[in-house]
Ligand binder design. Structure first.
Ligand code: SF4
Length: 709
């Protein structure tokens, strides 16, 4: 048999790089970047380059369904029918006794679009609960809300080609050099070819991104809005605003002016802990640029004031009219491969497919009619990610079905989450690997097919949809996630409405619900994607009749926004941080984040020996001044203690963090961790009141030398 090549998409971060996978005659896989893919043009980062090893190493795979009748018993291998019939029986019993809101699905930005669509259809349209949320709640929901409030919908207005058209990159609360490396390489290559390009990095840590930037604004955590307001004030005072755009296409400018004039630049500089001259320089560069792109991720989103941080950034684009033209616009970088696809299919507790809202009666009716729902879709949002685990702890939620995510490492306030899962009456875990800590808390375990073992679609951070083909068979009895859901729906008695035989059929149904919406993809199917490789949304049925590149590469080219009056909204926001306070007992701020060669909770990257070599063990970055006060030397074992828990880890004494700040990577859990270093033992469960995204970047801690008990 000759080697065969398949085009697919990297299933790690939201950059969505194209890959070419070659299957050799002996079944071995090799992989390279797809030179024809517009997102990465053949480049791959260290994680993407090693992706095929995660498929070839099947040593930790879940191979067949398992269940146990109570938690003191060991798991038993069972048939798919037995596992799904028992799960359906338990779900039906709870729904009958306690109502449909007694059950929930917690899914993942790694799920394919078809999978997201099916779970959403099942619980909202057939079970009658809005209790579906995703781990994207933990990373992107503040950006979603920021876009909705400012632009009228959750719409990323830019594309990667804007990088090469911009001359100022404002990278705030993000470390793309490590976390979105291919975006960063495009930025670096653009700067190398155009030395006048300026990169401004806003981050309390001196990351690799900060080191390579022209200006590093190393702000005190939580002062992002103060900084953005100061830049806004300078743009106004120095005549860099676009009065015509403001007048014709926005509301709220006057109130914004009044707000930003309340603090002088000197006051803002002091609050942020940076030099006044540096804020002035950043404002000058932005004001004088032809193309102003801003990039952000978790530093803005994972905050108790995450929505306000997003709005304060988008405001800089609105007052300067820097949106809808080449090289200009706000660009939220998604951390997961299909966080965007999940949002399109309504995979959050408060939305419905096609960017519809559960709070909108007309939208609910449209979906009920489309699905032929036997129930009315509820008008209240379902439980969000953190609320689900709180409800399990309080016995308000009786059953949770967790798909392709590992909340026992990724959720904040982990000890509370662990205790909630222990108390839960019924836990189903659908996953690929037994390395996921959460598997060991399940009553029913369902083995799922991994990347390359199933077919479907994903949407990357620039609204680009690609098709992922099935390349290899799944091991054992593992099934594609979509098939698990449609089989379960049949066991629940909804078989007539879940009568699919392929992911392609599911996708064909999904695209119909987008007709006439802002994300219209009625011109897309698996066949179209196989032929065109990828398209950006919107891509309506008539899309082939126009030049796609010029019509949907970026949104708002006509400056007509999705708000009711078509005008972008400049929101006035408070600049105060509302994170938990530091005090005498907990005087340091802990922030968490990623390292270059690991991804999320390491269930995939942790299997790849060459990725583990980069940074094999967790560490705590602490400033030399703070370390000296506590007699801590580099490499010593320390205890990091917060109000909810503690971890023991080696100290890395470094000026890369500000005084008063510590940094701990978020990847390690109990199973893969060394000595159980689980950063989220400490993190706060405070959430932004509108986006419900947790405040991972600001927890009060104390650090001391580890003392043996
Ligand atoms: Fe994969 Fe992201 Fe790396 Fe691209 S940048 S290869 S999508 S991990």
């Amino acid at each position: 048999m000759k080697p065969t090549s398949f085009k697919s998409t990297c299933c790690y971060c939201g950059v969505g790089c194209g890959v070419v996978v070659t299957k050799e005659s002996n079944g071995q896989l090799s992989l390279e970047g797809d030179k024809e893919h517009p997102s990465n043009k053949g480049m791959l980062c260290s994680k993407g380059m090693n992706l095929h090893y995660t498929v070839m190493d099947q040593s930790d795979r879940l191979l067949y369904p398992q269940m146990r009748m109570n938690r003191s018993m060991p798991m038993q291998r069972v048939s798919w029918d037995d596992a799904l019939e028992r799960t359906a029986a338990v779900f039906k019993t709870f729904i009958k006794k306690f109502g449909p809101d007694s059950v929930a699905f917690y899914v993942s930005g790694q799920c394919l679009t078809e999978e997201y669509y099916l779970v959403n259809k099942l619980i909202k349209g057939f079970i009658g609960s809005n209790n579906i949320d995703t781990n994207s709640r933990l990373c992107m929901s503040s950006a979603v809300m920021g876009y909705k409030l400012a632009l009228g919908e959750d719409s990323v207005p830019v594309c990667y080609d804007d990088i090469e058209a911009a001359d100022v990159m404002y990278v705030t609360g993000a470390n793309p050099a490590w976390c979105h490396p291919i975006i960063w390489r495009r930025i670096e290559a653009h700067k190398a070819a155009n030395p006048n390009v300026k990169i401004i990095c806003v981050d309390p840590r001196r990351t690799d991104t900060a080191r390579s930037s022209d200006l590093h604004l190393q702000i005190i955590p939580g002062t992002d809005i103060v900084l953005n307001h100061a830049i806004g004030r300078l743009l106004i005072e120095n005549g860099y605003v676009d009065n015509e755009f403001i007048l014709d296409h926005t509301d709220g400018f006057q109130a914004y002016c009044e707000k930003v004039m309340q603090r002088t630049i000197a006051e803002a500089a002091e609050l942020c802990g940076v030099a006044k001259a540096d804020i002035e320089l950043a404002a000058d560069w932005i004001g004088q640029s032809r193309g102003f792109l801003s990039f952000w991720t978790m530093g803005l989103n994972q905050s108790v004031i995450g929505v306000n941080k997003n709005l304060s950034l988008i405001n800089l684009h609105l007052i300067t009219g820097r949106i809808g033209t080449p090289g200009n616009g706000p660009f939220s970088l998604t951390g997961q491969p299909n966080a965007m696809g999940g949002r399109e299919t309504g995979g959050l507790a408060n939305i419905l497919p096609g960017h519809r809202e559960v709070a909108n009666a007309a939208h609910r009716r449209e979906m009920e009619d489309f699905w032929g729902s036997p129930v009315e879709i509820g008008s209240k949002p379902g439980l969000t990610a953190t609320e689900m685990f709180e409800a399990l702890a309080d016995d308000k939620l009786k059953a949770i079905w967790i798909i392709n995510t590992n909340p026992l490492v990724s959720m904040p306030d982990m000890n509370a989450v662990e205790s909630a899962l222990k108390k839960a009456r019924f836990v189903v875990v659908q996953d690929v690997s037994n390395r996921a800590d959460t598997v060991h808390f399940a009553d029913v375990v369902l083995p799922a097919s991994a990347w390359l073992e199933k077919e479907g679609t994903m949407t990357n951070a620039e609204r680009r949809i690609t098709h992922l083909p099935k390349v290899v068979n799944a091991p054992g009895e593992a099934l594609p996630d979509a098939e698990i859901i449609w089989r379960f729906a049949a066991k629940m008695g909804f078989g007539d409405s879940f009568n699919y035989s392929s992911a392609s059929e599911v996708y064909d149904e999904y695209v119909k619900v987008t007709a006439g919406t802002s994300i219209d993809v009625t011109g897309v199917s698996h066949a179209v994607l196989q032929q065109k490789r990828s398209v950006q949304w919107p891509f309506p049925a008539e899309a082939d009749t126009f030049d796609q590149k010029n019509n949907n590469a970026r949104l708002f080219t006509d400056h007509q926004f999705y708000t009711p009056n078509k005008r972008a909204q400049i929101h006035v926001v408070d600049d105060e941080n509302r994170s938990e306070p530091v005090d005498e007992d907990f005087p340091l701020i802990l922030t968490t984040g990623r390292i270059r060669d690991q991804w999320h909770t390491m269930t995939k990257t942790g299997r790849v020996a060459r990725l583990n070599k980069h940074i094999p063990q967790p560490f705590l970055q602490i400033h030399p001044t703070d370390a000296a006060k506590r007699n801590i030397s580099d490499g010593q074992l320390v205890t990091v203690r917060g109000r909810r828990g503690e971890v023991r880890v080696k100290a890395q004494v470094t000026e890369d963090v500000r005084p008063g700040l510590c940094f701990l990577p978020m990847h390690w859990g109990k199973i893969l961790g060394s000595n159980g270093v689980r950063a989220n033992n400490i993190t706060s469960s405070l959430v932004d009141p509108r986006s419900k995204e947790p405040d991972f970047k600001f927890s009060a801690v104390e650090v001391s030398l580890y003392q043996k008990p």
